[in-house]
Write a protein of this length. Structure first.
Length: 352
């Protein structure tokens, strides 16, 4: 009885009415009728006020707190408000709101930890597989030579070259991992300077010329020679961005395909588009191609070489320049990667 709001209200109402009647009885003008009416009114009013106060300011909020705690134990936060409630005179409501906010914050923290744990497991599996491939290849060639093939000069030279190529791939993978880790941790510093994008891209194209010829990929470089293409950025890192994207346009193209590098200059920006008419990327893979080791066609990608970290590095380099890379692609028809850099006036003292 006394554990409910009604029982407590009734006891307190009787106590208040008794005190009121006792006080009124001390007056000379108090009559039995007055005392009876005062007693009845005091009980009714006191009961209603106390019951409403207990029910809505205490018992209801305590019930809400218990309900919230039960949902937290069951990890069901569907009914818990994410937005803070309006200011209330009830301290219990404030406590309830604090518990809700704490539960939501902790739940988000747990979800983040779970995602990070899943990412770490996936990353360890990926890096193990990527390291295993060149190591096992080099190991196989070396053991074959140790088993007697070293006596055959032709076999020895061929296997040593293959072992060296596998070790070079392993070195490239480790270097890319170190570069990516340094970028994500903020260790790598960007050395901005003013330079012309046209000579930089031409240098990249010269480096990749043999690769394009082997795959019979025609490369077209389009720009308006009457415009200026100077920008202020980290030249070495932008060179790596262009190198990676143009290399991919050649690598994932059809034999005899075409890659177009189009540089456009506006008042404030320089836009670089790298388009190919190759394999294309499935829509479900576009959002993930900038993840570490993510490959659209894993078997084909490994045959063509690469560490699987190139686009992840490209993304971090451009983010370091406060720019983003965008991609559009149609499966079987090709892809278009584009990014922008700030336009800069030529500085005669520092530029070619």
């Amino acid at each position: 009885m006394l554990t409910t709001s009604r029982g407590i209200s009734l006891v307190l109402a009787f106590a208040i009415s008794a005190f009121t009647v006792a006080f009124l009885s001390l007056l000379d003008d108090a009559t039995p009728m007055l005392l009876t009416v005062a007693w009845g009114l005091t009980i009714a009013i006191s009961y209603l006020l106390i019951n409403l106060t207990l029910e809505f300011l205490i018992f209801k909020e305590i019930s809400n707190i218990y309900s919230a705690l039960e949902k937290i134990q069951k990890k069901d936060l569907s009914g818990i408000a994410d937005k803070p409630r309006k200011t209330s005179i009830s301290p219990l409501r404030k406590i309830n709101s604090t518990i809700n906010s704490y539960a939501i914050a902790k739940n988000k923290e747990i979800e983040t930890l779970q995602r990070n744990a899943a990412f770490r497991r996936e990353f360890v599996a990926d890096i193990s597989h990527e390291l295993k491939t060149p190591i096992f290849a080099a190991q196989g060639y070396v053991h074959t030579l140790l088993d007697g093939a070293v006596e055959d000069v032709n076999v020895r030279d061929k296997f040593l070259k293959r072992a060296a190529k596998s070790l070079n791939n392993l070195d490239n993978l480790v270097q890319d991992l170190l570069t990516l880790n340094q970028m994500e941790s903020g260790v790598v510093k960007f050395n901005h300077e003013v330079f012309n994008m046209i000579p930089l891209i031409e240098e990249v194209l010269e480096q990749l010329e043999n690769k394009a010829e082997k795959r019979h990929v025609n490369i077209r470089f389009k720009y308006n020679p009457e415009k200026s293409y100077f920008t202020k950025a980290d030249k070495d890192k932008i060179y790596r961005v262009c190198q990676n994207l143009i290399s991919n346009a050649i690598k994932y193209n059809h034999e005899g395909g075409e890659a177009i590098i189009h540089v456009k200059s506006t008042k404030n920006h320089i836009k670089i588009d790298i388009k190919d008419n190759g394999l294309g990327i499935p829509p479900e893979d576009i959002k993930r191609i900038f993840e570490r080791f993510y490959r659209v066609d894993k078997s084909r990608s490994r045959e063509m070489g690469g560490t699987g970290l190139g686009l992840a590095i490209v993304k971090h380099i451009l983010e370091g320049h406060k720019s983003k890379i965008s991609v559009t692609s149609t499966l079987g028809k090709g892809s278009n990667f584009s990014f922008t850099l700030p336009s800069e006036k030529k500085a005669s003292a520092t530029e070619e």
